[in-house]
Write a protein that binds this ligand. Structure first.
Ligand code: ADP
Ligand code: GLC
Length: 469
């Protein structure tokens, strides 16, 4: 079986969030003696491009309406990954030092068209085309409807929704950019008067998945306007929980950590990582440390932290450390709070992969008060590293974190995205931290929970098989 993942992100090449982690890990777990999983992604002008060399394997031109653009398909000279990865280079549109911008319609349309144009030239069509999020959402439509791709029409295709908030909508005035199709079927592209790539993919893909079972159920109620569509299409929809790359995210071997550790050396290992964080960020090593890592956007609930910091840090019982970037106003406020709460709160505003690993390895608790969380990988990394998650019970957080009060519970859950509830959850964390024996036992318990991709990769295999039954 030959599975082709098509995605805007893939770790370690280009990462904005968890999509990259998933696409950079799942293919490894899908590849075996009978299955080959490969990734097709855009060629960006980023750090990875600058530090690796590539060779061109295909050259052509693509059309967006009547404009033509040269494109090439590149591969790595020396493959550092465990699976093949193909880069679509459309210099005029895709080759930028960022992944996303506010003007992405033509960029990702060109990416999708180039991908399918190239695929037409393959000796053997893939067995499965697996599309991720709206940036690849027009592929199921084009496979089904565009005359140019008729020979690929029978290739089963899957859409995985990592985040339904973003749908890639654009005006019908641009519909002529999509390769020719029977215009009677233009309705398949439409949602609420716009061309909506995510909606088109939900309509046309053979199967639709979300990255956790709870998120799929939640989307049927609230999906930024697509809830009715998901209910209509529910017979082909299911939720498959993300896994994590067990080798990359392994505290025993993780080169990003200050000190590696196992379940047997957890105390000294985590203490060394915590000490590094406390020294660097001027925090008290002897107090419980509550961390946050993530995009500073409404969905993540990070806008509530200023109030949480002001209220919660009236007490001198604990410290808070934030690592994130995003909304400019939030960034400014988090910077500003540094002077007000010097010694008990600090923040790194920006993206720092290594620091994130040290926070997973050194913070005592990780806060995730998300309004929406399709799966969430942070809590899974936390568990693997022995950091106790404090989460709002939603989406994938609900599916992966059990509150302490329940049998075999190990995390702290709250129901609402509310500063007071987050503060109360922090207080529960402080109480747990002070119950040393229980706190230590839970840290070890969570390190043993298996969220590797093995189980979920098999679920995808079964789903792929179901498309040919
Ligand atoms: P999302 O994809 O919605 O942002 P996930 O929980 O699925 O959320 O994945 C977030 C990923 O991005 C994790 O690997 C997390 O460690 C990483 N991450 C988020 N913000 C930062 C940051 N500022 N610095 C380093 N890593 C970050
Ligand atoms: C999205 C979601 C996040 C999920 C990630 C990977 O970015 O916001 O919850 O973990 O995709 O699937």
């Amino acid at each position: 079986m030959n599975i082709i993942h098509i995605s805007a992100e893939c770790f370690p090449i280009a990462k904005v969030g968890g999509l990259a982690d998933v696409v950079g890990a799942l293919p490894k777990y899908q590849s075996n003696s009978t299955t080959k999983a490969q990734v097709i992604m855009p060629f960006y002008d980023n750090a990875f491009r600058k530090t690796n060399s590539f060779k061109s394997i295909y050259k052509s031109e693509l059309y967006l309406g009547d404009r033509s653009f040269n494109f090439e398909v590149r591969i790595l000279d020396k493959a550092p990954l465990d699976f093949d990865i193909f880069f679509i280079d459309v210099p005029e549109l895709l080759f930028k030092d960022y992944v996303y911008s506010s003007e992405d319609t033509e960029r990702f349309l060109a990416f999708q068209i180039a991908t399918l144009d190239w695929m037409l030239t393959w000796e053997n069509a893939p067995c499965i085309i697996h599309c991720h999020d709206h940036h690849t959402g027009l592929i199921p439509f084009m496979l089904q409807e565009s005359h140019a791709y008729a020979s690929l029409k029978n290739v089963p295709n899957i859409l995985t929704i990592h985040n339904a908030q973003y749908q890639g909508g654009f005006s019908h005035e641009l519909v002529h950019l999509i390769p020719d199709f029977n215009f009677d079927h233009v309705g398949l592209l439409d949602w609420n008067g716009m061309v909506n790539p995510l909606a088109a993919a939900i309509k046309c893909a053979w199967k639709v998945t979300t990255v956790s079972p709870s998120y799929m159920e939640e989307l049927k109620i609230k999906a930024n306007g697509l809830e009715g569509l998901l209910r209509e299409e529910s017979s082909k929809c299911s939720g498959i929980l993300n896994g994590i790359d067990w080798n990359v995210w392994n505290p025993e071997t993780d080169p990003a950590l200050i000190k590696n550790y196992t379940i047997n050396t957890i105390d000294s290992g985590r203490a060394a990582n915590k000490k590094y964080l406390c020294d660097r960020f001027n925090l008290d090593f002897n107090k419980p440390l509550f961390g946050f890592i993530g995009r500073l956007v409404y969905e993540k609930g990070s806008d509530l932290f200023p109030e949480v910091i002001r209220e919660s840090l009236k007490q001198t019982t604990h410290s808070m450390l934030l690592l994130g970037s995003g909304n400019a106003a939030q960034e400014a406020e988090f910077e500003h709070l540094k002077t007000e709460f010097e010694g008990s709160y600090n923040a790194f505003i920006g993206y720092d992969e290594q620091l994130s690993h040290i926070v997973y390895g050194g913070a005592d608790f990780l806060l995730m008060p998300s309004r929406v969380e399709p799966c969430g990988l942070n809590q899974l990394y936390c568990l693997r590293y022995g950091t106790i998650p404090i989460v709002r019970s939603i989406g994938g957080l609900k599916d992966t974190v059990t509150d302490l009060s329940e049998t075999n519970g190990f995390g702290i859950c709250h129901e609402n995205v509310d500063a007071l509830e987050i503060k109360t959850a922090i207080d529960r964390g402080i109480a747990l931290y002070n119950t040393t024996e229980k706190f230590n036992a839970i840290r070890k318990q969570i390190m043993e929970i298996d969220h590797s991709w093995n189980v979920s990769a098999e679920k995808y295999t079964n789903l792929y098989k179901s498309t040919t039954n």
